[in-house]
Design a binder for this molecule. Structure first.
Ligand code: HEC
Length: 282
């Protein structure tokens, strides 16, 4: 069922009725992760989780501040803007596929699409727009194309609160994402949570480990002057775990991103923050 926009805008109650009930269990899962991080890292304000590694390292924190404009100086934002406004053969643009030209929408992604019965990330939505307009799709792993576009769209939502919605119908997708994050797997028998929940703030391969809450709020990252999409970044961790990485854009990674971003609900979206170059090991 589609609700008319003006009803959505005018009545919060109508919004709830129209969009269907939310999954109460999702909130409980987030509260549990938040409580664990809070008790392990009592001195760290939850708002600072979005700093990632830098939350635990003064040197990294000052580098982050020095490189606050990395997305601009690297040319990533300009490349993304050009792709966002480029005219398709039919005269439309990526911007024309999204409400408000894409302003203040990023915090609501990923979304569960009840008609497709799938999670749609911002990257999937961009590719859906290209497909509808008979344009070639972008590779979700590719920082130069998809990474730049997503970085640009996210810059139109800088500091917007992350507000991912998990309707009851999305239970299976959310649950798969949660299981992928919390289940030990691969040759090393690690779970994502081993490093980013239990290990948050500890050092691994010379870097402090970012907390799970905050990761979904601060993507696409700029590393070595290049945009790195969240799923490309997650695939690096999967490789490190000795898990044959799921394809970017697969339901597995979309569901993982859904869960991970939901954990960041309420945090201020950080569009394309700078990250230190990749460590040689890890
Ligand atoms: C063996 C430890 C380890 C495991 C297991 C691991 N990671 Fe990581 N991850 C790292 C390290 C080290 C970094 C770089 C430092 C940082 O940002 O936390 C990182 C960075 C990240 C980042 C980027 C954070 C940022 O703000 O830049 C994301 C997202 C991420 N990991 C997600 C995952 C997911 C999802 C999984 C499970 C599929 C996972 N990680 C499993 C060690 C790990």
């Amino acid at each position: 069922m589609r609700c008319p926009d003006r009803i959505l805008a005018a009545f919060a109650l109508a919004l709830l009725t129209c969009a269907g009930p939310v999954l109460a269990a999702a909130d409980a899962v987030r509260a549990e992760a938040a409580a664990k991080l809070k008790s392990d890292l009592p001195s760290l304000a939850p708002a600072d989780y979005v700093l990632g590694s830098a939350a635990f390292d003064a040197e990294l924190r000052s580098q982050l501040a020095e490189n606050a404009n990395a997305a601009t100086t690297s040319g990533v934002l300009e490349a993304g803007r050009a792709a966002w406004t480029r005219k398709f053969k039919n005269g439309r643009t990526l911007a024309s596929c999204f409400p408000n030209g894409g302003r203040r929408i990023a915090g609501a992604y990923p979304q569960y699409d009840a008609r497709l019965k799938r999670v749609v990330t911002l990257e999937t939505a961009i590719n859906q727009c290209l497909k509808t307009n008979a344009e070639p799709l972008l590779d979700i792993d590719d920082g130069k194309s998809m990474g730049a576009v997503t970085a640009y769209v996210r810059s139109l939502s800088q500091n917007q609160k992350v507000a991912v919605r998990v309707p009851a119908a999305a239970e299976a997708a959310f649950d798969q994402g949660r299981r992928l994050y919390t289940t030990r797997m691969g040759q090393q028998n690690w779970a994502c949570a081993s490093c980013h929940v239990q290990g948050a703030g500890k050092r691994y391969a010379g870097q402090p480990l970012s907390p799970a809450i905050g990761q979904g709020a601060s993507s696409v990252v700029i590393r070595g002057g290049q945009a790195v999409t969240l799923q490309a970044r997650v695939r690096e961790c999967l490789e490190r775990m000795g898990v044959a990485p799921f394809a970017a854009g697969s339901d597995e990674l979309n569901n993982l991103e859904y869960y991970l971003t939901y954990l960041s609900n309420g945090l201020a979206l950080q569009a394309s923050p700078w990250r230190a170059p990749r460590a040689t090991r890890g």
